[in-house]
Write a protein that binds this ligand. Sequence first.
Ligand code: ADP
Ligand code: MG
Length: 374
Amino acid sequence: MSIRAIDAHSVHHISSGQVVIDLQTAVKELVENSLDAGATSIEVRFQHYGLKTIEVVDNGSGIAPKDHDSIALKHYTSKLSSFEDLSRVLTFGFRGEALSSLCALCDGFTVTTATCSEAPMGTVIEMDRNGKMRSKGKIARQRGTTVTVSNLFKPLPVRRKELERNAKREFQKALNLLHSYALVPCALENKGVRLTVSNQTEGGSRKVVQFKTDGSPSIRISVLAVWGSKALENIVDLDLSFDVETERSVMKRVDPNNDISIVTPVKVQGLISKFAVGAGRTSVDRQFFFVNGRPYNPGKVQKAINEVYRTFNINQSPFVIANVILPTNACDINVSPDKRTIFLHSENNLVQALKVRRCISQTWFVPSHACSHR
Ligand code: ADP
Ligand code: MG
């Protein structure tokens, strides 16, 4: 058999399924776009747990008319223009493939948008499966963008069936991920964003608000809004600073002739349950990790924090919100298409530092009376 190139259409469909893996990644991509557009208010509306439609409405910058044709074309982005930019990128998106992937993975994709200069008039654009504009019209719209995705995964029958079978579970996972985005703005420059998440079941006449934050930049107030006042009991600030030596193997990879180690300043900030027995949670269900305000699937850092916690409180796990703050060139955010995996260049040394800190002081954490609303 000869080796041939796969046609562009098929390549698009193959890779789209890796970018948007499930319901939660679909929602995540839309919310990240709203945050990147500087929105201060974001509404996520699910219809029938997201099976029917997912709609994200924001009051961000809107999309200028000159860009309407390229909104959902693969690898078209307003956030990055060259590979070199990647080590400095501060936006959530940079790959320009979320919207194009969503177009390929649903059976209805609509964008309604207006910039400052167009509002109160906006444009409603319908895309086809290839991310090309199918129709365009005028509509009343304040500044911002609404993206509506209908029947997610319809073109992938196996994945659609899985989603239908596990609709409520997948919806819960999406809610859980959205909780971390309710906390993100606080992790990022102390900026608050009003986030409202609702669901309307089929046949149900009303939207049911799942949770709502009020735009406060305080992480404690966001916790209060999402989980109620009980969640703030037995919580202390997490506020650590380390000078972490960059691992030699990493240095060598960057420059084989360089044997000099450099030190990276790393902070770990957020909230964590007190050590006292009974102050934690019986399952590992409320742990949120960020790198420079970017939610991610933590590996070793989460494990280290849980290990240390359990040396004090053996049967419980902490409620933890931990934002790892380090220079953008000390981590690699472009590891997986869903951007949930992040390589920290000195992760092993950071983990060691976390463990050692606990040994020296017996407590990592600022005492509760020193906590302020932040
Ligand atoms: P990326 O976020 O990696 O750039 P996307 O496919 O998610 O790629 O989005 C493509 C482009 O569409 C973005 O770069 C941005 O310019 C624009 N865009 C998408 N969603 C929004 C939004 N909610 N508000 C403003 N612009 C948006
Ligand atoms: Mg994006």
